[in-house]
Ligand binder design. Structure first.
Ligand SMILES: Nc1ncnc2c1ncn2[C@@H]1O[C@H](COP(=O)(O)OP(=O)(O)O)[C@@H](O)[C@H]1O
Ligand SMILES: Nc1ccn([C@@H]2O[C@H](COP(=O)(O)O)[C@@H](O)[C@H]2O)c(=O)n1
Length: 273
């Protein structure tokens, strides 16, 4: 990458006396079950990154769901009844998303928790360590919603899958993987997911540089994106030893964790169930 400033950051920044490379940050937005994480997974696979050890990876993927804010006891009981709006921007910790991405752009290693959809809470004892990489994919329903976050991306993708297909995928996924029953999934969808998609997510499509119709089925779009990433990677140093790992941002939720930390090292795009 050249040293031409992109989004206010330069390709190489001085940190603690060490030259740090700024990763190329790609935002991947789209409605629920549009295929965001599947698209990221395909990109990682095509780049031969899926099987590589976390520390050595040049491309990493992070989910916005790791940044759901902690709920109060009354919100947790609402969530258990399917009456909490997880699709509203207020459900996320915007400041932490921004600060974490800024650290990543500064070449720092960060630690983030994974998300437990069954208990509507962060898994404080399952930590995903994100080592400095050349390309970082950040995927989620509202990654383009917050202006302070949106402006950090070098490239913005929007996965555009029709809402019938998304609902048809969400129902079995939420029942099989997220511990929900059919009534709960449909009620939550009609009361919160669909209206919030229309109000908050869909309007962010206009910020995208590339819209990917049909998600992971769109092999042409994925190949074009992969080709672009290859060009970025070919201009970056290969040797991960050239990077230093000076500082770690630890997600505040993990500071309260009394249990041991598990570093998940080989998940392509961690979407816990
Ligand atoms: N192109 C596809 N064809 C069939 N099933 C798909 C496709 N893309 C995603 N899925 C399935 O749909 C569900 C949601 O996909 P996922 O990639 O997790 O979406 P998102 O990250 O946008 O929520 C998953 O069960 C996934 O396996
Ligand atoms: N406790 C939670 C947290 C989130 N959700 C739903 O997840 C969706 C976002 O994840 P995708 O993989 O579908 O992009 C979002 O639509 C929330 O409704 C949930 O149901 N419970």
């Amino acid at each position: 990458m050249s040293d031409t400033p992109i989004n206010g950051l330069t390709g190489a920044q001085k940190m603690n006396g060490t030259e740090e490379k700024t990763p190329f940050l790609i935002g991947v937005a789209g409605g629920t079950a549009s295929g965001k994480s599947t698209v990221c997974k395909r990109i990682m696979e095509k780049l031969g990154q899926a099987e590589i050890d976390n520390k050595q990876r040049q491309v990493v993927c992070i989910s916005q769901d790791s940044f759901y804010r902690e709920l109060t006891p009354s919100e947790i009981s609402k969530a258990a009844r399917g009456q909490f709006n997880f699709d509203h921007p207020d459900a996320f910790n915007e400041t932490l998303i921004r600060d974490t991405l800024i650290d990543i752009l500064a070449g720092k290693m960060v630690q983030i928790p994974t998300y437990d959809y069954r208990n509507h809470a962060l898994k404080k004892d399952e930590v995903l360590t994100i080592y400095p990489a050349d390309v970082v994919l950040f995927e989620g329903i509202l990654v383009f919603y917050f202006p302070e976050v949106r402006k950090l991306f070098h490239m913005k993708l929007f996965v555009d899958t029709d809402s019938d297909t998304r609902l048809a995928r969400r129902v079995p996924r939420d029942i099989n993987e997220r511990g929900r029953d059919l009534d709960q999934v449909l009620n939550q969808y009609m009361n919160f997911v669909k209206p919030a998609f229309e109000e908050f997510c869909s309007p962010t499509k206009k910020f995208a540089d590339v819209i990917i119709p049909r998600g992971a089925d769109n092999l042409v779009a994925i190949d074009l994106i992969v080709q672009h990433i290859r060009e970025i990677l070919s201009s970056k140093p290969r040797n991960s030893e050239e990077r230093s790992l000076p500082q770690v941002r630890v997600h505040p939720a993990m500071l309260q964790s009394p249990t041991k930390r598990v570093t998940i090292s080989n998940d392509v795009c961690k979407r816990p169930h």
